[in-house]
Design a protein around this ligand. Structure first.
Ligand SMILES: Nc1ncnc2c1ncn2[C@@H]1O[C@H](COP(=O)(O)OP(=O)(O)OP(=O)(O)O)[C@@H](O)[C@H]1O
Ligand SMILES: [Mg+2]
Length: 247
């Protein structure tokens, strides 16, 4: 397995709380790794530190062997490290298509100069359509984001991240608040995406985690307490204990 990103002895402290405690984690090329753990285990903090939203207290983060610790988010996005947020961050007053097109434009240079060439405008639109087709949002392309079903809003957010052409994509609870049917749909989308890019999924729905992950890392009080395939994690006693303590 080729490693795309790894952390070495990573720590993040909030006052007296070690939210990330000596984490050594590895993400493989075109693999789907889920990070699970009870509320407050440090899942979001770990992703925030890796994606440059929070500085590490100590330790290193390596992307394809290169030290990227504490680089700002925009520089990481340029390298292909993208993420979605636990709370939806789409533009509600724009359509599905416009949301994706704007993200695509941002990737392509960010300025309105792009409109100086008709070809590049056409190209950006075509690329936006491709993403909309991949996510099966064609019927909703002209719908204002605020009028989309909750599940489609979350899918749109994934689409906006994909417009940045990530090599490594972090998804923080993409199924939060979804119906069972919406959850099943986005889970299959995420699985399909993992054939093309590396995905790190933070997820509370154990059916989703167990059915689509290549491997699972379990965090508890900032530390990794178990790692392995879904079958291994399902039978792990430390994992059961960590969750039972929070029931
Ligand atoms: N900005 C912050 N300031 C202070 N403490 C924080 C901050 N962010 C997180 N923490 C603390 O760090 C720990 C880990 O929180 P984090 O949000 O990373 O957990 P999580 O696993 O994502 O939880 P959840 O499943 O509820 O999303 C918790 O004790 C939390 O209270
Ligand atoms: Mg979280």
């Amino acid at each position: 397995m080729t490693t795309i990103l790894e952390t070495e002895r990573l720590y993040r402290r909030f006052g007296g709380v070690l939210a990330t405690n000596d984490v050594n984690i590895r993400f493989g090329e075109k693999r789907l790794k889920s990070i699970i753990g009870p509320n407050g285990a440090g899942k979001t903090t770990l992703v925030n530190v890796i994606t440059g939203r929070l500085p590490a207290s100590s330790g290193r983060i390596l992307f394809r062997g290169k030290d990227i610790t504490n680089r700002p988010p925009h520089s990481l996005i340029k390298m292909g490290i993208c993420r979605t947020f636990q709370i939806t961050s789409i533009f509600l007053g724009l359509t599905t298509f416009e949301n994706i097109r704007i993200s695509r434009q941002a990737k392509k240079g960010g300025s309105f100069k792009i409109f100086s060439s008709r070809d590049s405008l056409v190209q950006v639109s075509e690329e936006a359509w491709k993403i909309i087709e991949d996510l099966e949002l064609v019927d909703q392309a002209g719908t204002l984001a605020r009028n989309l079903a909750h599940g489609d809003q979350r899918l749109l957010e994934v689409g906006m991240a994909l417009a940045g052409e990530p090599e490594l994509l972090f998804l923080d609870e993409p199924t939060a608040g979804m119906s069972p049917a919406e959850t099943e749909h986005i889970a299959q989308m995420i699985k399909k995406l993992s054939e093309e890019i590396s995905i790190v999924l933070i997820e509370h729905d154990m059916d989703v985690v167990m059915s689509i992950s290549d491997e699972i890392t379990v965090l508890h009080q900032g530390r990794i307490i178990a790692e392995g395939t879904p079958a291994v994690i399902r039978g792990d006693e430390k994992v059961k204990e960590a969750y039972l303590g929070h029931e």
